[in-house]
Design a protein around this ligand. Structure first.
Ligand code: NAD
Ligand code: MG
Length: 395
C-alpha cells in the first residue's frame, strides 16, 4: 500500500490521479490532499476519499473548509508553509504527486525530493526554475522522480532501464540514443490565420483539440510555451544536449514522444490522450496497473502526421529553447514572465500575441547571476514578476 500526498488535488492532474487511485483501492491510500482555494471541490474530495489531512494554502479557504467539514469525517485541516512542509516530508508518506500549477509548486515539490520520497512530477515549472539544484537534491536524497508529463513519461518508457534508473545523470549516448523526439499537437491555433492570433480569446486558447487540462497549461499549449517548458524539462530529466533533443509537431496526440536509436530504431509510446495513462504508469512503476483509459483504436485514429515547428507562429517555443541555452537565470525568468503574461491574458488584460512580447522583453533583460540556492531562484522569480507586471500594464 503506497501512502500518498496529492499536491494540487483539486486540479486536472489531481482529479485524474484520484480517479486512478479509485480503481486500485488495494494499492494506494490517500494520506493528504493539498490545494489552494477551491473549498467546494475539496469538500467533495474529502467525502469521497477520506484523507487523514487536508491542507489549503489559502488560510481563509482552510477556515471555511474546517467549518463546513464540522469534524464529521475526522479530517485534520491545516494551512501555512511549515505545515505543508511537514505534510510532504512526514515519515508515513511514500509517494507525493507534485501537481500544483506554476512556481507555487517549487517549494513543496523540492521538500518531497529532499525528503527522499517517490515523487511523481507533473509540475514541470519547478524543474524549469531550478534544474540543476533539483537534480542535485534528488541525487543527494535518493528520491525516485518519475515523469508524469505525458511526453516525458513516453520518453521514459521508451528508454532502457539503465537510463530509467539514472534520471538526471544518464548518458544517452552510452545507451545508444541518438535523439529524443518531443512531440506536441501544436494546440488550437496550429492552422489559424496568423493575423487572427492577436484577437484569440481565452476561451479559444483553452479549447485544446485533444487534451482537457487546467487553464494555464492550456494557454501554454496554444502558444507552444508548454513545449518550450517541456524542452527544458526534458533536458534536465534525460541529461540531453541541444543536439539530442528535437521538437516534432504531431497534431493527433496519439504518439506521446519517441526515442531514436543509433541503429535506426525509433521507439514510441502511444495511447489515447488521457493523463490517467502516464499517472497510472508512474504510480505502479515498474509494474503496470489499470488506469480506466479506453484502449487505443487504430482504425478510428486512421492517420498519424508530423510537421516541423513554425517559430514565427510559435515565438514562445523559440524563446524557451533560447532560454535553455542561456542557462538557469534565463529559464527562471522566462517561466516567471510567462506566468504573469498568461494570467494577464486569461484576465483579458493583454492580447494572446502579447504573451510572447512580455516574455521576450523579460528574457532580453536577463543578467548572469549566481543562482546557488532556492532562495536565489525565488528572489529572481519575484523580481521578474514585478517587472513583467509593469510591462503588462504598459501594453
Ligand atoms: P489546474 O489549474 O487544473 O490545477 C492546479 C492545482 O494547483 C489546483 O489543485 C490548485 O488548487 C493548485 N494550486 C494553484 N495555485 C496554488 C498555490 N499557490 N499553492 C498551492 N496550490 C496551488 O492545473 P493542472 O492542469 O492540473 O496542472 C498542474 C501541473 O501539472 C502544472 O504544472 C502542469 O503544467 C502540469 N501538467 C498538467 C497536465 C494536464 O493534462 N493537465 C499535463 C502535463 C503536466
Ligand atoms: Mg505534456
Amino acid at each position: 500500500m503506497q501512502k500518498m500526498v496529492i499536491l494540487g488535488a483539486t486540479g486536472s492532474i489531481g482529479t485524474s490521479t484520484l480517479s486512478v487511485i479509485s480503481v486500485n483501492p488495494e494499492a494506494y491510500s490517500v494520506y493528504a490532499l493539498v490545494a489552494n482555494t477551491n473549498v467546494d471541490k475539496m469538500l467533495v474530495l474529502c467525502e469521497r476519499y477520506k484523507p487523514n489531512v487536508v491542507h489549503m494554502v489559502d488560510t481563509q479557504a482552510a477556515l471555511s473548509l474546517q467549518a463546513r467539514l464540522d469534524n464529521k469525517l475526522h479530517i485534520e485541516v491545516t494551512t501555512g508553509e511549515d505545515q505543508l512542509n511537514s505534510l510532504v516530508t512526514a515519515s508515513c508518506v511514500d509517494t507525493v504527486m507534485a501537481a500544483i500549477v506554476g512556481a507555487a509548486g517549487l517549494v513543496p515539490t523540492l521538500a518531497a525530493v529532499k525528503a527522499g520520497k517517490r515523487v511523481l512530477l507533473a509540475n514541470k515549472e519547478s524543474l524549469v526554475m531550478s534544474g540543476r539544484l533539483f537534480i542535485e537534491e534528488m541525487r543527494r536524497s535518493g528520491a525516485q522522480v518519475l515523469p508524469v508529463d505525458s511526453e516525458h513519461n513516453a520518453i521514459f518508457q521508451a528508454l532502457p532501464e539503465s537510463v530509467q534508473q539514472n534520471i538526471g545523470v544518464c548518458e544517452l549516448d552510452q545507451a545508444g540514443v541518438s535523439h529524443i523526439l518531443l512531440t506536441g499537437s501544436g494546440g488550437p491555433f496550429l492552422t489559424s490565420d496568423l493575423n487572427s492570433l492577436a484577437q484569440m480569446t481565452p476561451a479559444q486558447a483553452c479549447q485544446h483539440p485533444n487534451w482537457t487540462m487546467g487553464r494555464k497549461i492550456s494557454v501554454d499549449s496554444a502558444s507552444m510555451m508548454n513545449k518550450g517548458l517541456e524542452y527544458i524539462e526534458a533536458r534536465w530529466l534525460f541529461n540531453a544536449s541541444a543536439e539530442q533533443l528535437k521538437v516534432v509537431i504531431h497534431p493527433q496526440s496519439v504518439i506521446h514522444s519517441m526515442v531514436q536509436y543509433r541503429d535506426g530504431s525509433v521507439l514510441a509510446q502511444l495511447g489515447c490522450p488521457d493523463m490517467r495513462t502516464p499517472i497510472a504508469h508512474c504510480l505502479s512503476y515498474p509494474q503496470r496497473t489499470y488506469s480506466g483509459v479506453e484502449p487505443l483504436d487504430f482504425f478510428k485514429v486512421g492517420q498519424l502526421s508530423f510537421l516541423e515547428p513554425d517559430f514565427t507562429r510559435f515565438p514562445c517555443l523559440s524563446l524557451a529553447i533560447e532560454a535553455c541555452e542561456q542557462g538557469q537565470e534565463a529559464a527562471t525568468v522566462l517561466n516567471a514572465a510567462n506566468e504573469i503574461s498568461v494570467a494577464a491574458f486569461l484576465n483579458n488584460e493583454i492580447n494572446f500575441t502579447d504573451i510572447a512580447k512580455v516574455n521576450e522583453i523579460c528574457l532580453s533583460q536577463v543578467e548572469k547571476l549566481n543562482l546557488n540556492s532556492i532562495d536565489d531562484i525565488l528572489a529572481l522569480d519575484v523580481q521578474t514578476r514585478v517587472y513583467a507586471s509593469e510591462w503588462v500594464s504598459k501594453i
